[in-house]
Design a protein around this ligand. Sequence first.
Ligand code: NI
Ligand code: MN
Length: 228
Amino acid sequence: MSCKVTWLGHSALAIDTEGYKLLVDPFLHDNPFAAADPDKVQADFILLSHGHFDHVGDTVAIASRTGATVIANVEIAGWISKQNNIQTHGQQPGGGYMHPFGYLKLTLAVHGSILPDGSYGGLACGFLLTTLAGEKVYIACDTGLFSDMRLIGEEGLQLAILPIGDNFTMGPDDALRAVQLLAPQTVVPYHYDTWGLIAQDPQKWAGRVEKETRSKVKVLKPGESIEI
Ligand code: NI
Ligand code: MN
């Protein structure tokens, strides 16, 4: 049990691993299902997948308060570092780096990335985290289905976190195909129900996935966690 992932609503996640606290896409203040207080949440690192407001969220405020290092593509890392002298680490899709909390690789994502003020946000990405204990967690972030998910699956995933909301990302049908390509031990759906436009039935999706694949589905409520 060296890695605990908590869903904070929408695409926001808190990851506790080996004593380090990570936040992923901390959109909390304007998130109707936020399960953490942006004025109190703790972080050593913040992982930012792309420039859209529902992912950048409270990153600047949280990093300014906590001193967390923001990890993102180099374009977003450059933009963040100019906001408030925030410590950043830039990577690019396909590139991995051994951080104190584990090895983090930026993965492809089929999605846009413009920043809230209209600045160029580089390429949207997902994350493949290999913990210090060797567990592999894939966080797809905002993306459509792409067949190279099979290559990510070949790494042997303990956990995959996939969007199912449709409209802006994969919907339930393509997310089921993603599970077939990724073959994770367990899959958690996210990026749904935040607004009516992305309303979905996660239990129905879970039933389909468990019938048609070997992966187990864990449907979380905001604030609930999964440990691997
Ligand atoms: Ni987006
Ligand atoms: Mn989004």
